[in-house]
Design a binder for this molecule. Sequence first.
Ligand code: PGA
Length: 247
Amino acid sequence: MRRKLAAGNWKMNGTPAELAELTALTQTHDTPTVNVLICPPSTLIAQAANTVADHKVAIGGQDCHANTKGAHTGDISADMLAAAGATYVITGHSERRTDHGETDAQIAAKSQAAYDAKLTAVICIGETLGEREDGTTLTVLDTQLAGSIPDTATAANTVIAYEPVWAIGTGKVPTLDQIAEVHAHIRTRLTARFSDGDQFSVLYGGSVKGSNAADIFAVPDVDGALVGGASLKAADFSPIITALENA
Ligand code: PGA
């Protein structure tokens, strides 16, 4: 059984006041039948972990450094995230790849650091609009899959998130056929490379909301979603969790 995961990425949003949304989420989904994850900014991880302590909601970081400690001003290690109460960390989000020029090799090193800290890495891949239009989507994803996922990845320590860059925060969503094609392709690559490749959860991400979640979750090989904008308010994220529970 692959893990079903509804993951929220708050990005650079949230102060302690917004933890009220997390409290509201735990009240609405006291005993979710799927995995629920919120990745707040790192300044809120410890408080968020306290907020969900008695509930089945996991807390994750949005990035980590590949090293455990050292002279890296402004960076945060996977060990630090774990010590603050995180059990997951997102690696290789397209905004990290773009804003910070992260390479596949760096993302693999960060993901390995996550495993070493006993965190589950949510490794993100996705094509740009230009790549989609050029017809190179699957080739681009192959490069990212090969380069960003460490050889030590297992279904237990890794979740893959397919996020077309052009669908993130834009309200544009690929057709269900396009999502199906990519997820089937990712599954083929995972099973070819990893002995438990059929057990890796593969999320879709990019403009998921309550109104499209059920259709997306009905696509074969979609095991959940990585959600940005619609994860900030409990009222918006809740229908996505429910849709996954009903999928
Ligand atoms: P979005 O972001 O749901 O706001 O499109 C998704 C993501 O970047 O993970």
